[in-house]
Design a protein around this ligand. Structure first.
Ligand SMILES: Cc1ncc(C[n+]2csc(CCOP(=O)(O)OP(=O)(O)O)c2C)c(N)n1
Ligand code: SF4
Length: 330
């Protein structure tokens, strides 16, 4: 791919770029040769976590593969905001699949590359949580089971955002969505139900599974690079707050993602062949209220009298993650 002139927006902070740090600590975004895979001019909402996550993930994958990368994209916000016909923000070979078959389309591309002897060309498939945990789940499970040579990235904003915020099987319990009626006392998923896709991916025994957030972007990049060291099926699940669907300020995207990790609600880890190999420890543990309060989707829990019983159940979920993944230092 031809060299792209780049603009530097970074300030050398710890969140973006880090170009004032030592070379080994810098982000791909600090590199003049970064590919701007998802370029400026797309139509994501201000503060969109999905746009941020995709930008970092795909640029890191491009760097790791020497720019030999093809991406298949399920229908969803990422696809819609980046490719309003006849425009595109993608600076890589990119194909829009159906909503439910991105994993199968990517598998086909990988097979075609193999037949052509182009094994240096690597394939990524990507989609939102609806496209991944619900409608695309069968194709994805097949891709895992066959150990197809594809990295699948799920951008988890915990609902179907592109179509106006419906509940998916990744929507957390008690989270209000705009258009899915509550079944029972609380909106969102029923406590104890829903799908934990990273755990399901691990249960397939695939070579590599990881979770990441848009708070620790160098960690995200490192995981994409690590994923590209393996052949076979790989899965990365990125937590991407959505200001529009979650009802938080657009400048709070990174803070909300940090709180998800620091409360234990979103465990950040890596696993190889079904076994957890590393965990990002909680640095300063926070109660779940700190995470819930800034989001309007949880506003019904904080009326004149806070709904202590439901908040306690959400805290129990965080505590279980802390125990299960060993998120606190002994
Ligand atoms: C078979 C089919 N059903 C429904 C739709 C409509 N549709 C398009 S995008 C979308 C929601 C996408 O949600 P998600 O995968 O979570 O991605 P997000 O937009 O949240 O990033 C839906 C329901 C479709 N395109 N195809
Ligand atoms: S609705 Fe959410 S995921 Fe979609 S573009 Fe806006 S912020 Fe991003």
């Amino acid at each position: 791919m031809a060299f792209q002139p780049v603009k530097f927006y970074q300030t050398g902070t710890f969140t973006v770029g880090n170009r004032l740090l030592a070379p080994e600590a810098r982000s791909v975004q600090a590199d003049m040769r970064r590919t701007n895979s998802l370029n400026s001019g797309h139509r994501a909402c201000q503060g969109c976590g999905e746009a941020l996550g995709a930008r970092y993930a795909i640029d890191a994958a491009m760097q790791a593969t020497g720019n030999r990368l093809i991406a298949a994209n399920a229908t969803g916000c990422l696809e819609v905001f980046s490719t309003p016909y006849p425009e595109t923000s993608w600076q890589i070979p990119w194909i829009h699949s159906l909503f439910g078959n991105a994993a199968a389309v990517a598998t086909g591309i990988a097979a075609a590359m193999k037949v052509k002897g182009k094994t240096d060309v690597r394939v990524i498939s990507q989609g939102g949580d609806g496209g991944t945990t619900d409608i695309g789940f069968g194709c994805l499970s097949g891709m895992f089971e066959r150990n197809d040579d594809v990295l699948y990235i799920c951008y988890d904003n915990e609902a179907y955002m592109n179509t106006g915020v419906q509940r998916s099987s990744a929507t957390p319990p008690a989270a209000r969505t705009a258009t899915t009626m509550a079944v029972g006392a609380e909106p969102g998923n029923v406590f104890g139900q829903g799908k934990d896709l990273p755990a399901i991916a691990m249960a397939h025994g695939i070579p590599y599974v990881a979770t990441a957030t848009v708070t620790e972007l160098r960690d995200l990049e490192a995981k994409v690079r690590r994923a590209m060291e393996f052949r076979g099926a790989r899965y990365i699940h990125i937590f991407v707050p959505c200001p529009l669907g979650w009802g938080h300020a657009s400048e709070d995207t990174v803070r909300i993602a940090r709180l998800a990790k620091e409360t234990g609600l979103f465990p950040v880890f890596e696993a190889e062949h079904g076994e957890v190999t590393s965990v990002s420890k909680i640095r300063r543990r926070m109660p779940v209220e700190e995470y819930l309060r800034p989001q309007r989707r949880f506003a019904h829990l904080f009326g004149k009298v806070p709904n202590a019983a439901v908040i306690a159940r959400i805290q129990q979920n965080a505590d279980r993650n802390v125990r299960r993944y060993g998120l606190l230092d002994a």
